[in-house]
Design a protein. Structure first.
Length: 139
């Protein structure tokens, strides 16, 4: 069995963002040479997420509204976590809802997606450099 590891780095100019990272993950899969196996993609920061869904602008806007309704950024004083001097209590909760990682089957050297599935990086406390791990195992 082979194993391949790659880090993807992101630094958004905004506090929140959704970035389709499917092309970068597909490139990592090509680099790995693995034809059959599994591909793990996970956010390596506690205020960011990796998830799978449709790359449709309305859905991305709905995510933004829904997450802000669940865990609004302001008032900052509404989060005990922010008493530590941080202002990102909401980002930790948003990450928890959206998830840390995804695993996608690799079949015939391709990510084995269902219809419309794409991999996204969700940023909830941006404007600084963060990484995503891509780990591929198989033959």
């Amino acid at each position: 069995m082979k194993s391949y590891r790659k880090e993807l780095w992101f630094e958004t100019s905004t506090r929140r963002a959704f970035i389709n990272i499917t092309p970068q993950v597909e490139e990592a899969l090509r680099e790995s040479g693995i034809e059959e196996g599994l591909c793990l993609v996970n956010a390596m920061h506690i205020t960011a997420s990796v998830y799978i869904n449709d790359d449709e602008p309305g859905l991305l806007a709905d995510y933004e509204d829904w997450l802000e309704g669940l865990a609004p950024h302001e008032p900052i004083s509404g989060y005990r976590h922010n008493r530590t001097g941080e202002d990102n209590g909401d980002a930790h909760l948003k990450r928890q809802v959206m998830g840390r990682e995804v695993v996608v089957a690799v079949t015939n050297g391709k990510l084995d997606f269902g219809p419309w599935e794409q991999i996204f990086y969700g940023e909830f406390d941006g404007r600084r450099r963060k990484r995503v791990l891509v780990k591929i195992i198989g033959e």
